[in-house]
Design a protein around this ligand. Structure first.
Ligand code: 13P
Ligand code: SF4
Length: 331
């Protein structure tokens, strides 16, 4: 099957892209792997006219928004559950709620884990997109706007950025009107169900067992987890951090299982890299894509037919591009 995939990829000049949370066999066969920022930037700038994207919907959409002339297909239209927590209608409702609280001077920042319609709404209010890799930089820019920041959809990333900047945060719909009014960063109440699995107690457990262990986590983890970590970063940054450690250094990682598992190569028969949870932190939708799906998509592409093609309304894509372009310019 791999040979057939390679042949069809080559014949049709397809760029096969995979996020690090994909299954091993998918990552192994991909032409390009990376975190959300790298994949959006590199896949959209590539010379290939056809991109086959193994990841979740917002990732494929980001490539299509940034490079509208490319054809972007997905072997599986898999959806990030966090991105599904916000829609353009929920965005409007949130802005209306903020306005009812007397908060009108709003600068929206959307995590890239959101759909094109939401990014377009954010662009309409002059806002910007961020990813886990550039969130600190984008926040610096956002803070200079002198407005209240509305961070969506990931409340944890928003809260973590507020803490990092010594600012007050509140969660819209959860905190009282007064708390929201007093906050500098107002977060939408979305979250990643996979990264919610990690707890401060998991970190305590590993530190007790291995006092010299290091802890690396993704910023989608709860602030109580991030507070206890030695390193916080995007998927690419976590991989670089772990690979940069001595092989004998014990490290426990709080992010999706497939990524961490690939880092768990024993050294002299001793395991030094651990998964920060006793429950397997698997992203179900990221795990949907199989080699069979890739082959099927390539067979359709080979026949000149469409297969889970990303098609966006022109107006939405143009607006969403403004918020993504701003992010790329700043990062
Ligand atoms: P990265 O941008 O760090 O790859 O993260 C994407 C994601 O969905 C994490 O859950
Ligand atoms: Fe979305 Fe969480 Fe899966 Fe990342 S791990 S794609 S944020 S559901």
């Amino acid at each position: 099957m791999r040979a057939r995939i390679e042949a069809l990829k080559e014949k049709n000049d397809v760029l096969l892209v995979a996020h690090f949370y994909q299954r091993d066999e998918v990552v192994e066969i991909a032409d390009l792997t990376g975190d959300s920022l790298e994949l959006a930037r590199k896949a959209s700038a590539s010379e290939h006219n056809i991109v086959l994207f193994c990841g979740v919907g917002f990732m494929g959409q980001s490539v299509k928004i940034l490079a509208p002339n490319k054809k972007v297909f997905m072997p599986k239209i898999a959806c990030c559950s966090m991105a599904r927590m916000i829609s353009d209608a929920y965005f409007d409702d949130s802005i209306a709620l903020l306005e009812s609280y007397g908060i009108t001077n709003i600068f929206p920042v959307t995590y890239i884990n959101s759909n094109a319609e939401v990014k377009a709404k954010v662009a309409e209010l002059g806002g910007v997109v961020c990813t886990s890799a550039n969130a600190t930089k984008i926040m610096e820019y956002a803070l200079k706007q002198g407005k209240k920041i509305f961070f969506l959809p990931d409340r944890c990333l928003g809260e973590n950025l507020a803490i990092q900047n010594g600012l007050k945060s509140a969660v819209l719909g959860e905190d009282s009107k007064e708390v929201v009014q007093g906050a500098d960063v107002i977060c939408y109440n979305g979250f990643c169900s996979v990264h919610q699995l990690f707890t401060p107690e998991d970190i305590d457990f590993y530190r007790e067992k291995y006092p010299d262990i290091l802890v690396a986590v993704h910023p989608e983890c709860k602030p109580s987890v991030v507070a206890k970590a030695d390193f916080v970063g995007s998927t690419s940054q976590i991989i670089a951090y772990v690979k940069g450690l001595k092989e004998t250094q014990k490290v426990v990682v709080g992010t999706e299982f497939n990524l961490v598992n690939r880092l768990r190569k024993p050294h002299n028969g001793i395991q030094n890299t651990f998964v920060l949870s006793s429950t397997k932190p698997e992203c179900p939708t990221m795990n949907e894509t199989t080699l069979e799906d890739i082959l099927k998509a390539l067979e359709y592409i080979d026949k000149g037919e469409s297969y889970n093609e990303i098609i966006l309304p022109k107006d939405t894509a143009i607006k969403a591009k403004r918020a993504l372009d701003k992010m790329l310019e700043l990062s």
